[in-house]
Design a protein around this ligand. Sequence first.
Ligand code: PEP
Length: 251
Amino acid sequence: MGVRKPLIAGNWKMYGRRAALSEIAALHAQVGHVSGAIDALICPPFPYIAAAAETARGGSVLVGAEDCSPVAEDSARTGEVSAAMLADVGARYVIVGHSERRSNHGESNDLVRRKAEAALAAGLTPIVCVGETQAEREAGRVAEIVGGQVRDSVPAGGAFVVAYEPVWAIGGNSTPTIPEIADVHRLIRETLQTKFGDKANRTRILYGGSVGPKNAAEIFSAGGVDGALVGRASLKASDFAAIILAHPAAV
Ligand code: PEP
């Protein structure tokens, strides 16, 4: 294994019911044999995290959450879920700053960073999402936007993951080209290097946006891609397993 163990994470968003938890057991059956080489993670909606962690217990699939509060302490925060609560029910990772949170809930880089820091304080690994919109890409602003998000959204210390998710590639059918993905991953790692020095070489940078069984192998071949953040294709164990098994580390 290289210096960075690949991570392939599934974001279930607001999909699934209790019955969907059987996909976690099915996933373990299909990818358990590569768990030494690749981390497989499922992030279900809040109500199912505890049951998902129970289902996953003793197996190869890790469980995480899709969001957390920026406030670490137990406090009067109606409707919020703290990172400590997520850790308490078995989550190991938490996605922060997904573009749907940034656009639907107006989450700023500062808020995303505070969420990531709350996650670290609770012993979770934050997956910090960054990515440009179509208009920003067309205006030639990818480096400015993604560089700025990385600088301002990642936590000051601790181990975290960055997910590069071009907003225009999420939930559709198109992705950047392989050289374009590699370019942005290089930019992200250089930005992390400037901020953190050598730690940047140990930080996993995932690609997300329309990854599926058909394009996963090609996307994993892009330079600097340490795995994927997957939406739709993580809902069915057979699709998600096909993505995981397409990673070169799976052979
Ligand atoms: C996502 O929402 O993080 C995502 C990558 O979605 P999809 O894989 O469905 O494009």
